[in-house]
Design a protein around this ligand. Sequence first.
Ligand SMILES: Cc1ncc(COP(=O)(O)O)c(C=O)c1O
Length: 441
Amino acid sequence: MDDSRADERSQLAVGVLADDRRLLIRYGGELADLLIERAQGSWLTTADGRRILDFTSGQMCATLGHSHPAILAAINDAGRRAVHLYSGFVSRDVIELARELVAVLPPALSRALFLSTGGEANEAALRLAKLHTGGHEVLAFTGSWHGMTAGAASSTYSAGRRGYGPAMPGSMVLPTPNSYRCPVRHCANHCDLTCLDVGMELADAQSTGAPAAVIAEPILSVAGIVPLPEGYLASLHARCRERGMLLILDEAQTGLGRVGRMFAFERDGVVPDILTLSKTLGGGLPLSATLTGAEIEQDAFEKGFLHFTSHVSDPLPAAVGRAVLRTVLDERLPERAAALGARLRGGLEELQQRHEQVGDVRGEGLLLGVDLVQDRATRTPDPDYGARVTERCVELGLNINIVKFPALGSILRVAPPLTISAQDIDIGLEILDRALTDARA
Ligand SMILES: Cc1ncc(COP(=O)(O)O)c(C=O)c1O
């Protein structure tokens, strides 16, 4: 096809999309004004032929890059064997994925359940915790995001709480320990865990004596890339123990190498009672896992644990999960995330020196946040500027994500695929530099 016909066809496709968009229920504000035709490696191509560097790995899932050959081969192979089965049947890939995942986890996490989404994995974790403890009270951070199913949404405090009726009884908040914006107005830049003391005191005061769990992200993402401060997780774990609560860690975004090691919780030497994995496990396909120990599994089984979904233990996503895990290990992606993360962080810190609006750079490995402020002294968030920066980035060929919930700030989330080249990291930094300047004008 000659260039002018290709151009005509893509113009037509964009025009059709603009009209046909009315067919869709808008599920998160207006949809982006783009029609994406291809996603390969770290790059997207639009219908009108523009190339966009993907600094969000899709929805933080495609850690291997888009359409990695290992994933395509696994889809192909599994497709020839079995895609989907009766939920009470299991296939070899499901057993092997459990074996391979358990092999890279501490011995206390030895039982796996495979579902489709992060919300579902957290839902299963919460149901396990309630059944096992006999309680129903669940604590989660003020800046949390654990999913859109009812239980997970009840423990999601960053957004979406108003207008849907009551949350699950027993849902309570813990202050997000963001030392750049201390939730209890106590610390500046270094958390001394006062917010945890305060949060636990408030939770104890509200408790009706039926504690079940704390659910937490080791690095809160929607809250603005907030790593739990050193010592926080160990202290949280001890407080859970004192109250008979289980600790659930949600490593949807942090698991499988993104933060420069296999799992974020490894830094603290704390093993959760229940671990959930999702986004990065499927590398872009819907696959999630809930993992726990033999004792909790046995107890829940004896109490009749039910989590029977249409796609539980599906063979095709399990085969993809195996391919993802194998690639993460074979290509040493955690080490790669650490090295490239240092390069990216260095670049962002250099931007911080030249752009007054970059108040803070934080995160680990290739999960980094850039906190945009009106001025550094007051640390007042600047969501309008942030929106202009991301819009300009897309015009210049970079997809970068902003979270701008009033209470949390306006933070760019930077999470490219772990397979990205150093050269593409530099291209992204150059585009961001220009966008930070242009958005001021
Ligand atoms: C930390 C975390 N947990 C859970 C979820 C929910 O996952 P899903 O959208 O696959 O249900 C998300 C989604 O953004 C997330 O960031």
